[in-house]
Design a protein around this ligand. Sequence first.
Ligand code: B1M
Length: 245
Amino acid sequence: MDLPPEPRRKLDGAGQAAPPQQAAREEAPADLLSAIASALEHGQQKKLLSLCRQALDQGYSPDDILSKGMVKGMSDLGDAFSANRAFVPEMLIAARCMTAAMELLKPHMAASGHEPVGSACLGTVQGDMHDIGKNLVKIMMEGSGIQVIDLGVDVSPQQFIDAAQQHHCGIIACSSLLTTTMQGMRQVVELARARGIRDQVKIMVGGAPISQAFCDEIGADAYTPDAGTAARTAVALLRALKHSL
Ligand code: B1M
């Protein structure tokens, strides 16, 4: 017999602490990073920011705070959403918390002092409003010395190609979180070919449903699984492009 879905903790209007009797039932987090994951998952913005400050003070790297703390919390929330234990408003609140915490971490991540290496236009593909991963890619690319033209979300293939031509970008970087929107990346590759700029621009793809196999299938240049790898790959591609032009 199917068990009913486990109820999730309710958020108050500001995405803050849960009712005390429910909160008390929750297990105490094992360490700071799992406390961060849990605060993000439950939309507790004040608590999240305070834990992030604590983690920075204790010498945790911004990378670990992000990937082992916040991204883990988001991923747990995604699992809860899949199991009908969390809903769109909770995802929105968590997204707002993550954006606020990223602002806090940004100065610690983007302090680079790298030489400018070139420019990239970056956006989330048409029909897709998810921008947290894209914003992380932006922070990491800028921290690596790349000038990023941020096209935002719901970006059409035409907008990607127009921006690349207008700003002389060596890279077009597309993010997608939905299986229903990822085909937009194929259209970006096809339009770059049709406009005759395919050999002047490298097309990078990423986001949860994207894989190396999909990248190969649509003829894009690089798939990377996370923002840090995306930034490192972008630097290498821009340097190679400079040599070949
Ligand atoms: Co949505 N959502 N969502 N959502 N959401 C997912 C993606 C989902 C997996 C949840 C689930 O079902 N478990 C599911 C997609 C299912 C699918 O397609 N297979 C889903 C769905 C279904 C939906 C809606 C359709 C829900 C609805 O309305 N019924 C709707 C779609 C709206 C639309 O876009 N048209 C929707 C809406 C939303 C919110 C608006 C509420 C909110 C987004 C807010 C925002 O972004 N400002 C939201 C959220 C928060 C999520 C989850 C919970 C978290 C996404 C996230 O920010 N993760 C997500 C579940 C999950 O991911 N487990 C889910 C953290 C972020 C750091 O990770 O973006 O993957 P990510 O980025 C990673 C890598 O992927 C990579 O780097 C980052 C890490 O370093 N990366 C790149 C990303 N882009 C890259 C580009 C690169 C390289 C690497 O190179 C260019």
